[in-house]
Design a protein around this ligand. Structure first.
Ligand code: PLP
Ligand code: TYF
Length: 397
């Protein structure tokens, strides 16, 4: 049965972790996978999460099956965060939201549902994008192509190219957009550019699918979510996947969601019924713990305030690391202007380093980044940044 099964390639990013773990260099630094570490290089357990878990431990509950679409209070909290609790779509019950297994799970439920209703649609992802976007939509049965995004020469976005691609796309094309903190480049659209993207997807009758994996890591929870309001105001139907992996530091709990904005409450209830079929035929219903933690935090004012503070702390620390990286690269002797790193947002930086340079960083210095030149700024800290900068200075020469 299995004699002809081929060895599948490793995930290019998660595979780096295995290589990193096997590296015996005592100075090694993992800037590969997108995970936030604190200044001591530790994965944080947020205080708000600890408090919510304590509360849950003090009144332990039996673990029955959750509803297929998850914890109602969780789904409501997600809607509040994404659309605003008092927003017209939420008040008008035009949003179908389901709890999902991380942001990835939200994307997959959306992709499977879209395949049922638009089987011949194409999917456009940014060039470049999170590699799993391509794999996930391809596995859902779609042909995946790209729209122009990164402009290496200008260190920014090829916005004309992006708009051209959207304007040339066939009606019904699914367009995956990074709501904020673009992975891997760190370059986000300006509000004015978003206005043009919203107008283009509306004019060409495209299907926007916003991936919101980093809400709160760019400028703030509301600021990073502002793009949702623009799509709502345009009167389009669209999809939003949410991930709490990074913003709650709950990677392993798999907490995320999918929200679908529909034209009416009646339409939303039909869409929800179909999302539930996708879920039921995949894993039946979501797990309890992570969703309960996030719902408790988001729905308890004091814990929510604490979360916002902790999230702001993570955001600010990343920004400090960006500024320090620019200064220390210069001090280490890097001649080229690296100030673009401080203009990028979110957890990642497209450093502009070549594949050869990234390979040398890994093999000679134990500094692990992705071959594309992407480094995770959120894994830098006051103890490893000097070594990282000296190493980069040596490979860029
Ligand atoms: N989308 C993007 C752009 C990401 O970078 C990630 C990162 O993990 C995800 C989705 C998936 O999130 P999760 O780990 O919650 O599945
Ligand atoms: O891009 C990253 O590093 C994160 C983590 O298949 C990740 O989004 C990477 C690859 C993957 C799943 C998560």
């Amino acid at each position: 049965l299995f004699s002809a099964v081929e060895m599948a390639p490793r995930d290019p990013i998660l595979g780096l972790n295995e290589q990193f773990n096997a590296d015996t260099n005592p100075k090694k630094v993992n800037l590969g996978v997108g995970v936030y570490y604190d200044d001591n290089g530790k994965l944080p357990l947020l205080e708000c999460v600890r408090a919510a878990e304590k509360q849950m431990m003090e009144a332990p509950k039996a673990r029955g099956y959750l509803p297929i679409d998850g914890i109602a209070a969780y789904d409501a909290a997600v809607q509040g965060l994404v659309f605003g609790a008092d927003s017209e779509p939420v008040k008008g019950k035009r949003v179908a939201t389901v709890q999902a297994l991380g942001g990835t799970g939200g994307l997959k439920i959306g992709a499977d549902f879209l395949k049922r209703i638009s089987p011949s649609a194409k999917v456009l992802i940014s060039d470049p994008s999170w590699e799993n976007h391509r794999a996930l939509f391809t596995n859902a049965g779609f042909t995946v192509e790209t729209y122009a995004y990164y402009d290496a020469a200008r260190r920014g976005i090829n916005f004309d190219g992006m708009l051209t691609a959207l304007n040339q796309a066939a009606e019904g094309t699914i367009v995956v957009l990074h709501a904020c903190c673009h992975n891997p480049t760190g370059y986000d659209l300006t509000p004015a550019q978003w206005d043009q993207v919203v107008a283009a997807t509306k004019a060409k009758k495209l299907v926007p699918f916003l991936d919101m994996a980093y809400q709160g890591f760019g400028s703030g929870i509301a600021e990073d979510g502002a793009v949702i309001g623009k799509f709502v105001a345009s009167g389009q139907d669209f999809f939003v996947s949410t991930s709490f992996s990074k913003s709650f530091s709950l990677y392993g709990e798999r907490v995320g969601a999918l929200s679908v904005l529909c034209a009416s409450a009646e339409e939303a209830s039909r869409v929800l019924s179909q999302l539930k079929i996708v879920i039921r035929t995949n894993y039946s219903n979501p797990p309890t713990h992570g969703g309960q933690v996030v719902a408790t935090v988001l729905n308890t004012p004091a814990l929510r305030a604490q979360w916002e503070e902790e999230l702001a702390g993570m955001r600010q620390r990343i920004k400090q690391m960006r500024v320090a990286l620019v200064e220390k690269l210069k001090a280490a002797g890097v001649k080229q202007d690296m100030s673009f790193i401080a203009q990028q947002v979110g957890m990642f930086s497209y450093s502009g380093l070549s594949k050869d340079q990234m390979v040398r960083l890994r093999s000679e210095f134990g500094v692990y980044g992705v071959d594309s030149g992407r480094i995770c700024v959120a894994a830098l800290n006051s103890k490893n940044i000097d070594y990282v900068c000296e190493s980069i200075a040596k490979v860029v020469g």
